[in-house]
Write a protein that binds this ligand. Structure first.
Ligand SMILES: Nc1ncnc2c1ncn2[C@@H]1O[C@H](COP(=O)(O)OP(=O)(O)O)[C@@H](O)[C@H]1O
Ligand SMILES: [Mg+2]
Length: 269
């Protein structure tokens, strides 16, 4: 099978018998529940009319679980930005507009609730003490529930594909909750990050500069579209950063995340 893409959780292959389909094949150790969840959430999101690849069926291949999706044509916004860094403002605005559009959908019931997802992850974060976890969870509970809006849960430029149309992919973490929390997660994703070992100092500083520009322009435009204040987003940073500690990431990135968390903890306790 010809491989056409790769993410953190899965490899993407062309379907051998149908060129209009792709197979997202998960890493062998990947939990089955999460794959079923991605299938279910993708179905729901597709049925809402959001531009996302239509999920067709769950399959098993070479002892790996997978999902067949309809193939879409496009290139990830991350790749596009890499190729035309001078247009970063334009791309950041697209990132914000598409995010704001998906937040226009009300959903309840079938999806997990943002505060539950966050507090479950915070409870499992081994890098935090029990007392730190309690402070963050109490703080989270006091944040505004707001309306039950569709949230992506992992919205970043590699989960947006741009072709003749714009597509939002990779819905495993889809949930309902407060859009400000969903934007805070994107801010965290755009704030921390490391390049592979051996990347030169120069490349590193260029990447950091672009990432910062992307983040600022994305937030500025999201605020403009939504009418939120930056404070509405900023107050979600602490719980969202703490919840992210359960995900695998390079040690240096975890240290950046912990630094943000410790600073914010000092401010609330
Ligand atoms: N339906 C699709 N049609 C065409 N390419 C796809 C499709 N879904 C995913 N891809 C390609 O595979 C990459 C990884 O997919 P993604 O669902 O984000 O995987 P992961 O969960 O591992 O991040 C995407 O960036 C894209 O290049
Ligand atoms: Mg992805």
């Amino acid at each position: 099978m010809k491989q056409i893409g790769q993410g953190r959780t899965a490899d993407i292959f062309e379907h051998q018998e149908d060129e209009n389909m792709i197979i997202k094949l998960y890493k062998r150790s990947f939990p089955e529940d999460a794959i079923n969840q991605e299938f279910q959430i993708s179905n729901l999101v597709y049925s809402l009319g959001i531009n996302t690849p239509q999920p067709i069926e769950l399959i098993q291949l070479d002892h790996r679980k997978g999902i067949i999706f309809r193939r879409i044509s496009g290139v990830s916004l991350l790749k596009i930005m890499g190729k035309s860094p001078l247009s970063i403002n334009k791309h950041s605005r697209k990132l914000a507009t598409l995010h704001h559009n998906l937040h226009g959908h009300h959903v309840v019931g079938e999806l997990r609730q943002q505060k539950n997802v966050l507090s479950n992850n915070i409870k499992s974060a081994s890098a935090l003490t029990e007392s730190e976890k309690n402070i963050i969870i109490d703080y989270l509970e006091k944040l505004p529930h707001d309306n039950n809006r569709l949230c992506h849960g992992d919205y970043h430029p590699d989960n947006v594909m741009v072709g003749e149309e714009n597509w939002i992919i990779d819905w495993m973490t889809g949930m309902y909750g407060n859009p400000a929390g969903d934007v805070a997660r994107s801010v965290i994703l755009l704030s921390t990050g490391t390049m592979p070992n051996g990347t030169s100092k120069h490349i590193n500083s260029v990447i950091n500069f672009l990432r910062d520009k992307l983040k600022k322009e994305y937030v500025r435009h999201y605020i403009e579209l939504s009418g939120l204040d930056y404070a509405d987003i900023d107050r979600w940073i602490l719980p969202v950063a703490a919840a992210r500690l359960v995900e695998w990431m390079p040690k240096e990135e975890q240290e950046q995340l912990l630094k943000i968390i410790k600073e914010r903890l000092r401010a609330v306790s």
